[in-house]
Every structure is written in structure tokens, then in C-alpha cells.
Design a protein around this ligand. Sequence first.
Ligand code: DX5
Ligand code: ZN
Length: 220
Amino acid sequence: MHKLGPSLMCADLVNLEQNIRELDEAGVDFYHLDIMDGQFVPNFTLGPDLVKAVRRITNKPLDAHLMVKEPERHIDLFADAGADMISVHQEATDHLQSTLMRIKNRGLKAGVALNPATPPDALDYVYDIVDYIVVMTVNPGFAGQKFIPLMYDKIAQIADKVKGYGRDIEIQVDGNIGAATIPTCKEHGASMYVLGTSAVFNSARSLKDNVAETRKLFNA
Ligand code: DX5
Ligand code: ZN
């Protein structure tokens, strides 16, 4: 029930295929692909061609996290590239409801990501259609940042709200997700975990061992 998704911006891009084969074998549940436009966030990362390339080598669900302004302009691009799930930032569009509908009409899961300062009530009028909610536990843009503790409360508030709707809405956490933060995220109701440098892409241990160690945190 808890899903683990390595964040491919943190992978070794020179050895991406090898990384993905190892992570597939380790039994990860999805791949998280960070898409940045240098405007909504001050960084550039992956794009539709990389989504396409990854699509050729794995059958796991591909989760595109669009950290771009006016994401409504790019939904078809990422759907055509092979994404299975697309999340857009609430702060990046004036047309959240129609953007989510556009994603769903392509047959994909539609997510909303919230920056740390965005209150959960920004979701009040999309609970009937949203498939997953991304609680950014750091400010979007860069790997290797520190978890913002107030986000635990946000996860709990959203989890509470979701219960009232009786729909299968997942809560994804993104940013500094690892041994120090997973137990409390789990306690507060998160179900999808984006694994970057804090959990998987680090140390002398293999990716496989890092995934196995991370999975243990859920059985504790
Ligand atoms: C941004 C990214 C990062 C990163 C997380 O949306 O998704 O948050 O991959 O990895 P950490 O924070 O563990 O380096
Ligand atoms: Zn992300």
C-alpha cells in the first residue's frame, strides 16, 4: 500500500538504463520525473524526450511532476511521451480544474502539487477529480534540501479531508524523504514516497540495498 518512487533527476544520467534496471529489480513501484522550466523554479531538469526514453526500458508507472508555469500548455506533450501520471502545481496555473480534466481525459492519473506555503484548502474544489496530491516537503527546484517540519501537519490535514470524500486519492511526499522523515510521514497518512538523494541515490551501497533498507522503514 505504500509506494516507493525513485526520483530520476537524482539518478546517474550517464548510467540511467543500468540504474533503472537495478531499481526495477529492487521492486520500486513507480518512477518520479521532475520537469522544470527555469521559470516556475530556478532550475532545469528532465523533459519529454527523457520520459520517452525511460518509457522504452521500463513498464513501471511514470509520474511526471511538472514544475512549470502554465502546465496546461504541455499536458499532451507528456502524455504522448508516455507518462502514466502527471502532477501540476496549484500555484502555476489559473485553470487548475480544467488542467486536471485535460490530464484525465488523456486517460492518466491527475495530481496537484502544493508548495510548502500553499494551504491545503487550495484543493477544496478539485477533490472530486484529483487522483493524487503532492505535498512538497521542501521548496521545489533542487535535490538535497532540508525537510520543512510543518509539512507533517499539512499531510495530516489532507489525509483527513481525503477520508471525507471516499475516493482513492493518494498523498505523495516529495523532498528529503528518507529514514529521518518516512516514519512520521507514514504516521500522518502519506502513501507515495519520492526517493531522491536522501533515500536511494547516495552512499557506497547499491541502489538495490538502499531500496531494501527504505522498504524496511514501512514494516517497522
Ligand atoms: C523536486 C525533487 C526533489 C528530489 C528529492 O521536486 O523531486 O525533491 O528528487 O530528493 P532529496 O530531497 O532526497 O534529494
Ligand atoms: Zn518532484
